[in-house]
Ligand binder design. Structure first.
Ligand code: 4H6
Length: 239
C-alpha cells in the first residue's frame, strides 16, 4: 500500500515508519510512505505558503496554489485520485471507515497547519474530509498518523495471527475485557481465579460478561445499538 502525505512536517511520520508494528510492517514492505512538502510548490524562494485570511481574523491560512501543486504531484502517481483531508469539520472516523480505507491500494492524506486551507481546494478536488474526534490539535499530522496506524492494523501481516483475530473487540461493537498477567498478586489484588482455572469455555464467558458490563457502564451510545443474544442476556442476569 502506498500512502502519500502532504505535510510541512515529514519527520513526524518517523513515529510510524520507525517504531512498533507499523515500523515492522514498513520494513517488511507491507506499506510505503511518501511525503510531499507544499513548500516545494511555493511561488517564492523562501517557501512561504501562508497568508492572512480575507475578511480578517486571527491566524494564517494555507494558500491554495502550493497545496494544489502538491495534490497534483500525488494524484499523478496513482490511479485512486481521492484525497483525505484531516479536519475538525470532517465526518467522524469509525472502526468501519478504518476497515474500508485499509482495502485501498493507495491513499493521499492532506495535513493542514495554521488555521486550515483555502476552501477552494475542497470545492475543486475529490476530497473526503475526516475528523478523528470532536477536539482540535495544532496540525493534521497527528490525526493522519492515528488514521494510518488504525487502518494498517487491518492489513494482512501487520499484526500477528493471534492478535488479528482478537481484534474483534471493536468489531463486535463492545469494549475489550480487562487483562491480567504475572504476578498473581499486586497492590493487594489477586488475579480473578477463573483466569487461572484453565477452563477455556468459562474464561471466554467471563470475558464476554466483562465486555458487556463495561460497555453498558461506560458507553451508553454503543450499548444502545448493541443487540444481545439470548446467551449474552443470560450471562448478564446470572448473579
Ligand atoms: C484543518 C483545518 C484534525 C486541519 C483546521 C485537524 C483536529 C482534527 C487543522 C485545523 C486538526 C480532528 C489547525 C484548526 C489548528 C485549529 C489541524 N485538529 N486546525 N479532530 N488541526 O481530526 O487550529
Amino acid at each position: 500500500m502506498l500512502i502519500q502525505v502532504i505535510t510541512l512536517f515529514a519527520e513526524m511520520f518517523t513515529a510510524l515508519t520507525d517504531y512498533g508494528v507499523t515500523g515492522r510492517a514498513a520494513k517488511n514492505g507491507l506499506w510505503q510512505l511518501s511525503c510531499i512538502n507544499p513548500r516545494d510548490f511555493a511561488d517564492n524562494r523562501l517557501g512561504y505558503i501562508d497568508e492572512r485570511p480575507f475578511g480578517g481574523g486571527p491566524g494564517m491560512i494555507m494558500q491554495a496554489p502550493p497545496i494544489q501543486g502538491a495534490i497534483n504531484q500525488a494524484i499523478s502517481r496513482v490511479d485512486d485520485k481521492r484525497v483525505i483531508y484531516l479536519s475538525p469539520q470532517g465526518l467522524p472516523l469509525t472502526h468501519e471507515k478504518t476497515i474500508e480505507l485499509s482495502k485501498r491500494d493507495s491513499l493521499i492524506l492532506l495535513c493542514g497547519r495554521y488555521e486550515g486551507i483555502d476552501e477552494r481546494i475542497m470545492l475543486t478536488n475529490d476530497i473526503e474530509e475526516i475528523s478523528i474526534g470532536d477536539f482540535v490539535v495544532s496540525g493534521g499530522e497527528l490525526p493522519a498518523m492515528v488514521l494510518i496506524d488504525a487502518l494498517l492494523r487491518h492489513r494482512a501481516g501487520v499484526l500477528g495471527d493471534e492478535q488479528s483475530a482478537q481484534e474483534d473487540s471493536f468489531c463486535d461493537g463492545l469494549l475489550d475485557c480487562p487483562h491480567y498477567t504475572r504476578p498473581t498478586e499486586f497492590n493487594g489484588l489477586e488475579v480473578p481465579p477463573i483466569l487461572l482455572s484453565g477452563n477455556h469455555g468459562e474464561i471466554a464467558k467471563w470475558r464476554k460478561k466483562q465486555s458487556l458490563l463495561r460497555t453498558r457502564e461506560r458507553r451508553p451510545d454503543l450499548w444502545e445499538r448493541y443487540v444481545l443474544t439470548p446467551q449474552e442476556t443470560r450471562l448478564l442476569n446470572e448473579e
